[in-house]
Every structure is written in C-alpha cells, then in structure tokens.
Design a protein around this ligand. Sequence first.
Ligand SMILES: [Zn+2]
Length: 366
Amino acid sequence: MHEKLTSGKGLEKIESPRYIIFGPNAISRISDILYNLEMTGTAIVVSGPSVTAEIAEDLVSSLDGEINAYHVTTVEGGIDDVLNVIEEATKLKANFLIGVGGGKPLDVTKLAAAKLEVRYAVVPTSASHDGIASPAVNFSLSKQAKLKFGDITGRMEAPTAVIADTSIINKAPEIAFKSGFGDLIAKFTAVRDWELAYKLKDEPYSEYAASMSLLSAKIATDHASEIKARLEESTRILVKALIGSGVAISIAGSSRPASGSEHMFSHALDMISEREGVKPAPHGIQCALGAIMMAYLQGQDWMWIRDKLREAGVPTTAEEAGIRPDMVVKALMIAHKIRDRYTILGVSGLTPRAAEKLAKSTGVIQ
Ligand SMILES: [Zn+2]
C-alpha cells in the first residue's frame, strides 16, 4: 500500500492541470480531450441546479461511446452534495468526475474526487473566481469538509483538465466578470500579506508562486477597460489570469499567494450575512472592497487599486456592492479571527474606531 504524495519534510510537490483548453466551443472537443488524458469509462458529471444543469445535460449527450456519463445536480453546493456525489460515484463505479459550473459545483467535484481518489475535469461556466484551476475550495465548504472527513486539503488535487469554453463563459451575467476581476486584484494584497508572514513568522514562502500570482493580477489590471467590455479576447485574458492564479495556489501548495486579509474580510462578511439572513455579495466583489482597505493598511497605492476596479466597472463602495455599512465595519473587526493566517490585521485586529476610520478613509463607506 502506497501513501498519497503530499508536501512536507523537505519534499515539495507541485500540482498543476495537465490540459488547459480555451476558446469558443472548446466544449465540443471534450471527448477528444478526455480520450487524450485516458479518462474513459464511467463519469459523473456534477452541475448546479439550473443553468449549469442544461450545459451539463448537453455535455452528457455529446460524449461519445468511450464514456458513460451520468449527471448529478447539486442543491446548495454544501457537504450534503459532496456526500451525494460520492454515493452515486461509488454505486456506478465511476472512473472520474467532471464538474460543470461557476463555483460551487466545481468545489463539490474537487472534494468528492479527493475522497474517491479519482481524477476530474472542470468546465467553468463563468469567470468569477480563481478556483477554476486550483485544488482549493471555498472557505465555508472547506470548513464543513474538515468536520466530516478530517484534514482532506493535503489530498486535494488540481483538475486534470480545465475546459474553458469562452462562448459559454461570455454568456455569464456581468457581475461574474466583475467578481473575477475583483478576485484577481486581491492578489496584490494577498501576496503582500504572505511576504509579511514570511518575514515576521517565518512562514514558508515561494517567490515563484508569489510572482505568478502578481503576474495574473497585473495582466488583468492592464486590460481593465477591455474586461469591462466583455469581448471574446478579454474574456480569454480574464480566464487565463484566473487560471494562472489557481496554478500559483497549486505551486505554493496553499492558498497563500491568492488569499490574504482581503479574503478574510470577505469570509467575515459571508459569516455576518448568514447570521443576519442577508444574501452576501459575490466573492470577488467583497474581496475587491477588502483589497482597497487592506492596501491602505499595507501602505500600498490603494487609490490605484480602486481606480483599476472602477475602470473594470467593479463596485468600490459598500453601497454599490449592496452591502450594509455596519456590516463592513463589523467584518473588519472580526476578519483577523477568521482563520489562523497571519496578515496585516495582526493578531488582535482592528478596534471599532479604527475599522470605521479605515472604511471611511478609503471611501468604502460614507
Ligand atoms: Zn478568491
């Protein structure tokens, strides 16, 4: 019996997707792509409950004779969906999984694949965050998974194939693109936090992963106004940059290069929204607001970050993002406690007055 290979004890493991396919109608090549990767036999196709379910149905019927595909729709993208996919895949003796969706169905696929120890491909239907090509899943699902399966993150792998069909992604709602851009601008503050933790706490740091993450953010900001216009070419740039950021996560073996204090602020907002029974803003939009404020704390050029967000049409105030100002202040106060990750927020976080001052000085709240 061999052990699953993970990083540690001087051994570094770099994970990355084998195929990343872009372009209009990329999905029509799916049988060829899977065949080239020797992904044949029985597949479970995992999608969300509505729009992505239709795309998944089309995909199932387009697969040729080498692959028997079964479609499973997720309900909320939570741990119950992961268990359901595992059950179906076990019953049908699935050889691999295919995730179809914007975010949650892909995360469900990643976790189920890790638990089943099978490979998986992803077909992103929007460009709203950098989880498209990374082995990481959203923070709340990752917490649920830890309770259910123990520490599974070390066993999660990057997708074997990413099939990014720009004609599908271009049909996603406008807010998804804005969110994707926001998730990329967050890399400027995330990498700075990582450097800080490296210098102050001697955390493992990869210059290569950090540079790659920053490069993804830079490519996006260089094309901010085109991304707003949503041309096929600019969608391609956005998707590539998001995949680049996901690969940086794979190289680092942690989400450090992609997620710092601005993400902790976003997770804090998610928690507060859940408690208050309001729908949170999209992940990348919350991270964008976080990045403006954290850049201010870090002494970075926060106005440049804000202006780039404006150029891409991304909200830069709580009001534009539809977030209550008091929730912004509360989230700033608890963000440092969200996870055990050293950032500019330090160990004791912001006082109520400092939090309010920060949000006001950066114009995030009035
Ligand atoms: Zn993110």
